[in-house]
Design a binder for this molecule. Sequence first.
Ligand SMILES: Nc1nc2c(ncn2[C@@H]2O[C@H](COP(=O)(O)OP(=O)(O)OP(=O)(O)O)[C@@H](O)[C@H]2O)c(=O)[nH]1
Ligand SMILES: [Mg+2]
Length: 323
Amino acid sequence: MRLKSFTAPTMAEAMHLARQELGDEAVVVATTEDETDGTFRVSAAVEQAEPPVPPHSNGRTAPQSAALQHIAQALVYHGVPENLATKLLAAANAVEEEDPILRLAAGLDQMFQFLPLPDRAPAPPIMLIGPPGAGKTIGIAKLATRAVMKKQTVNVITTDIKRAGGVEQIEAFTQILGLNLHIAQDPGALKDLIEMQEAPSLTYIDSAGSNPYDPQELENLRAFIEASGAEPVLVLSAGGDPREMEEVGDAFGSIGASRLIFTRLDMTRRFGGALSAADRAHLKLANISVAPKVTEGFHPINPVSLARFMMPEYVAPSRQGTA
Ligand SMILES: Nc1nc2c(ncn2[C@@H]2O[C@H](COP(=O)(O)OP(=O)(O)OP(=O)(O)O)[C@@H](O)[C@H]2O)c(=O)[nH]1
Ligand SMILES: [Mg+2]
């Protein structure tokens, strides 16, 4: 199934464009009016040449198409860019499953890698990086709390000496946990601190919020990453414009981020931005945060739980509210 959107000054013209390009078979999955410029947008899906029906499928093509249409609707709702949406639909099309959640999960599984952060030592140091206010410091507090509860040796280091109150914020949590907070003023000091840590332990490093479009800020962050030998894990608020999020993912990917944590899922309805960032920079999806409370912790994410977040209306009542 192919998904495409058409914009025109009137709804009729947008519909006409869709029919012209996709043909009369096209199914309209969403229509919206852009209140800022008064244009109309029609998103339509069309079946591509169907693969041969496998002999054991009993020719169950009709329900599968219905499931695909629900998925196409969801992808439009989430604002997933067309390229990525078309690939997700193709992957969902390749599985024989009537439940839209499981079909979307199959697409997500094919398009993304899922790799939660380790919770036991030994593991390489983790540095949380990302734009200001993404949830890095709360994230460090969540990771440190989980490690303490699992009776791991934990080291917490902050490099965020830039923002007023940055050190005090993380210190409030390390004090409650009975941990010493280490402060690294510069990359050299961070390297020394890492070398001094007892093994096996879990080391978590907080960083200052960085503007992805400021080369100097990215360079400063890169120097800390390099000196520490830590894995830089990008933290992003899950909402946001998909095109913007692609660029943000790209910027942090360029200084070594290879995994991604989404925060604020409790206040996010549309995941197109989050998926775009991961897709563009080939970031593995690690964990999610669904609450500001440190005790809530990070949750692991997998294709099925992500699909449930994206299509909550298809989640059985007994499974609602589970990640
Ligand atoms: N609702 C909600 N709020 C969150 C979540 N994660 C973090 N927050 C809130 O987001 C705000 C910023 O969190 P911080 O951890 O201070 O963000 P930061 O990335 O360290 O910010 P800087 O150090 O300024 O770059 C705080 O008010 C947090 O409570 C979440 O999953 N859900
Ligand atoms: Mg912070």
